[in-house]
Design a binder for this molecule. Structure first.
Ligand SMILES: Nc1nc2c(ncn2[C@@H]2O[C@H](COP(=O)(O)OP(=O)(O)OP(=O)(O)O)[C@@H](O)[C@H]2O)c(=O)[nH]1
Ligand SMILES: [Mg+2]
Length: 249
């Protein structure tokens, strides 16, 4: 994002360059360019508005010191604020529970099942963990086979127990994981076309049964602005701990 803005910014900050200080007039062009770049990148307009207001306020309050010139200070401010906007803090995945329970949720086709496999592979390869996948999509025909195939290809165990009761499946999966020294269980859940009550209730029931340490919303990166409604819908019902964007390729 910052690189994308780079060219536009370097042109727009020419008004600040060589000035003794930052004023409302000399940052107007730069702020306009940032606003346009963010809107073109499909960032929500409310977020853009707040972001611009925050930069403006901080920029006008900045003391131009000896080490950095006004334009350099301004660029640094924009960069820091962008990092903040995207989430300044690094929060690692919950670990060291026995086992750590991750539940993946999301709309139909968002990439839950594929992501479950990727996560398991990542945990094993990068963190030397012994994860297990749990097939909890009891509705879509072939959903269980899909996860089994992924598990087979990666050499990662998949817990299945038919298509009857997701709550019982996760309960038994947890027992099995404990007995077999699995340190992560990754639950692949069913998707729906829209956020709907039946799906949410099922996810809530699974949550009540085994209390996942991480509840991760899987979102198709091509979804655009509508993502915010999906995130709010799932977060209201489930208290998400994170999201994974798929299909960024
Ligand atoms: N290019 C690309 N395709 C992906 C990615 N993740 C998933 N897919 C594809 O998207 C389609 C749906 O992925 P799934 O993992 O089955 O999605 P799901 O959320 O489990 O779908 P349901 O179980 O039907 O709700 C499949 O064809 C995947 O191969 C990704 O990161 N990049
Ligand atoms: Mg699936």
């Amino acid at each position: 994002m910052f690189e994308y803005m780079g060219d536009r910014l370097s042109n727009a900050i020419k008004n600040i360059r060589g000035m003794g200080k930052i004023t409302e007039e000399n940052i107007t062009d730069a702020l306009r360019e940032i606003r346009m770049a963010l809107l073109e990148a499909d960032v929500n307009y409310v977020v853009v508005k707040e972001f611009i207001a925050s930069i403006k306020e901080k920029a006008l309050g900045m003391e131009v010191g000896k080490s950095l010139k006004p334009d350099e200070l301004f660029i640094k401010l924009v960069k820091d604020e962008l990092v903040n906007l995207l989430g300044g803090d690094y929060v690692p995945l919950e670990t060291n529970k026995t086992p750590t329970i991750l539940m993946l949720a999301g709309l139909q086709g968002s990439g839950k099942t594929t992501t479950a496999g990727k996560l398991a592979n990542y945990l094993r390869k990068k963190h030397a963990k012994n994860p297990m996948l749990v097939a909890c999509d009891i509705y879509r025909p072939a959903a269980i086979e899909q996860l089994e195939t992924i598990g087979k290809n990666l050499g990662i165990e998949v817990f299945t127990e038919g298509t009857e009761n997701p709550v019982k499946i996760v309960r038994d999966a947890l027992e099995y994981a404990k007995a077999n020294k699995k340190d992560y269980i990754i639950i692949d859940t069913a998707g729906r076309l829209q956020v709907d009550e039946v799906l949410m209730q099922e996810l809530k029931d699974i949550t009540t049964e085994i209390n996942p340490h991480e509840t991760i919303l899987v979102i198709d990166a091509m979804m655009g602005q509508d993502a915010i409604n999906v995130i709010n819908g799932f977060n209201d019902a489930l208290s998400l701990t994170g999201t994974i964007l798929t299909k960024l390729d």
